[in-house]
Design a binder for this molecule. Sequence first.
Ligand SMILES: CC(C)(COP(=O)(O)OP(=O)(O)OC[C@H]1O[C@@H](n2cnc3c(N)ncnc32)[C@H](O)[C@@H]1OP(=O)(O)O)[C@@H](O)C(=O)NCCC(=O)NCCS
Length: 151
Amino acid sequence: MRLDLATPEDAPAMASAHAQAFDTPWDEMDFEDLLDGPGIFGFVVRAEDPAGVLVCRTAAGEAEILTVGVAPWARRQGIGKALMVAAIGVARGVGATEMFLEVDVENASAVSLYERLGFERAGLRKAYYDRGSNGRADALVMRLDLTTGPD
Ligand SMILES: CC(C)(COP(=O)(O)OP(=O)(O)OC[C@H]1O[C@@H](n2cnc3c(N)ncnc32)[C@H](O)[C@@H]1OP(=O)(O)O)[C@@H](O)C(=O)NCCC(=O)NCCS
């Protein structure tokens, strides 16, 4: 298992991990374009195959997790946490003082991961996610103070 700071050459591996983790995947070009953007960094985890991906944007002292996902076969082995801890480290290193993310209120595994890292519930965006025939779901906005805490 290897966790690397991503370069545009990692876009295919990132897209592969993302496609395994999400129903609506981002493609290679999405990752290439993103990694070219100002303040953007990402990580990719590889085992035999791409297993996990994270992209974060920092601007004006704030970091935002744009995506984090782990392939189903690689879950519950600490990869999601390792990706988040790595992102928190980089965000702190570039001077960000707080980190935000949005998560489906019903995504218990992700909410648990974030809460264990110290994220707190900062707000709710009603009917934020489109679930097609299953209607819409609320997004929880979560915030981590990067000026305190162990991670
Ligand atoms: C959420 C996700 C990234 C977690 O990745 P992971 O590699 O399985 O997470 P970890 O193994 O690092 O787990 C860390 C902690 O998160 C929590 N957690 C993770 N999966 C969980 C689950 N299925 N149920 C309950 N808690 C869970 C636990 O607190 C866990 O700690 P523990 O294993 O010591 O109990 C992964 O389930 C995923 O990719 N889901 C689909 C995509 C997604 O929802 N991304 C987040 C969008 S905001």
